[in-house]
Design a protein around this ligand. Structure first.
Ligand code: PGA
Length: 260
């Protein structure tokens, strides 16, 4: 795992954006795996700016989002469809037909999940998968105890995850109980994983993900088995890492050809 620690989330998000942008520039038909939540907001803002000011071209890019709430229409203001259009898709030139988000309104969940997996394979697989992490260690909505080899499927949210998003649904009672989410096996198939985490609230999950044992109880820890995972953290999210000084030293002394 490569751990990049930055003074704040703004600088961390700039690095994350340059990693995504480099992939898009090198591979105009890149396939991006995208995440929602508060964490990637600044990353998306940077990508929008790079599209506007530097001509970063998304015309050939395909995207697959990690997850969507079950039973929430795409037009609902708190759906992940709405989030993605508000923060990214309305502001860049990725063609609508190349945008993929799980269908939370499907009447046949297993078939929709199989179709999603098939669509990722048909697109050639994900080049860079953007990830946030839950305070309980989830990635996507793979809650603790998720199979480390799981594929896209329905999951039941934990109380902690529901509380985390309660404000967006006018209180906990309004939060959907189920989601469709890429599995940990789906995420592990991505050629590169880019996990962002900011703030003290994420420090424990980050430490367990990087330095703890690989366990289904900390779903992010499966990334220890991924050959190309980069974590971009702010100081607070890195504050419980035992080897933080080593990671910082490694980053500072990277050979030029390895830098972003
Ligand atoms: P957040 O959510 O970015 O809103 O903190 C991350 C997650 O739960 O995966």
């Amino acid at each position: 795992m490569e751990i990049i620690i930055q003074p704040d989330s703004q600088q961390a998000s700039q690095i994350a954006a340059s990693i995504v942008a480099r992939t898009v520039r090198e591979k105009p038909h890149a396939v991006l795996g995208l995440a929602t939540g508060n964490t990637p907001l600044q990353l998306y803002r940077n990508l929008v700016r790079m599209h506007r000011d530097e001509g970063l071209d998304f015309a050939g890019v395909t995207s697959f989002n990690l997850d969507e709430y079950v039973g929430i229409p795409p037009a609902h203001p708190s759906s992940y469809h709405s989030y993605m259009w508000a923060h990214l898709f309305s502001h860049i030139n990725m063609p609508k037909e190349r945008i993929n988000i799980p269908d939370g309104l499907t009447t046949d969940v297993p078939a929709a999940c199989r179709k999603y997996e098939q669509a990722i394979r048909s697109a050639g697989g994900i080049d860079v998968q953007v990830l946030g992490i839950g305070s309980n260690g989830h990635i996507g909505f793979n809650e603790p105890s998720s199979s480390l080899s799981s594929r896209t499927r329905i999951k039941t949210l934990t109380e902690e995850s529901r509380l985390d998003v309660a404000a967006a649904f006018g209180g906990e009672e309004g939060v959907p109980t189920h989601v469709l989410t890429m599995g940990l096996g789906t995420i592990m198939d991505a050629r590169k994983c880019l996990l962002l985490a900011f703030g003290k609230k994420k420090a424990r999950a980050v430490a367990r993900t990087v330095e703890g044992p690989v366990t289904a109880m900390v779903p992010g820890s499966v990334l220890q088995l991924h050959p190309r995972t980069i974590l971009v953290l702010d100081k607070d999210a890195a504050s419980e890492l035992e080897m933080a000084d080593y990671y910082a030293w490694v980053h500072e002394h990277k050979p030029d050809w390895q830098k972003y």
